[in-house]
Design a protein around this ligand. Structure first.
Ligand code: SF4
Length: 89
């Protein structure tokens, strides 16, 4: 399992989650070149340790455990994973 960032992050990109993630698996960070162009932030499912620290700090409630992800946002699961395949590979 991994946590997933969904639609509310689009246009928000608050980054509070980035600051609390203990394994630095949320990208792009503000200091990364891709930050400005990206619509939202993404969680690397291969690195996320399911700690849940990012959930309460998100001001727009965009982050969910996979089992809690609302049905309307299930498409964001591959959206998060695919970003790391295409942008970070
Ligand atoms: Fe990072 Fe924990 Fe959130 Fe996973 S659940 S993205 S490890 S803060």
């Amino acid at each position: 399992m991994a946590y997933v960032i969904a639609e509310p992050c689009i246009g928000t990109k608050d980054s509070a989650c980035v600051d609390v993630c203990p394994v630095d698996c949320i990208h792009p960070r503000k200091d990364e070149p891709a930050f400005e162009a990206e619509k939202q932030l993404y969680i690397n499912p291969d690195e996320c340790i399911d700690c849940g620290a990012c959930v309460p700090v998100c001001p727009v409630t965009a982050i969910f455990a996979l089992e809690d992800l609302p049905d309307k946002w299930t498409s964001f699961t591959p959206v998060n994973a695919d970003w790391f395949k295409t942008k970070k590979a």
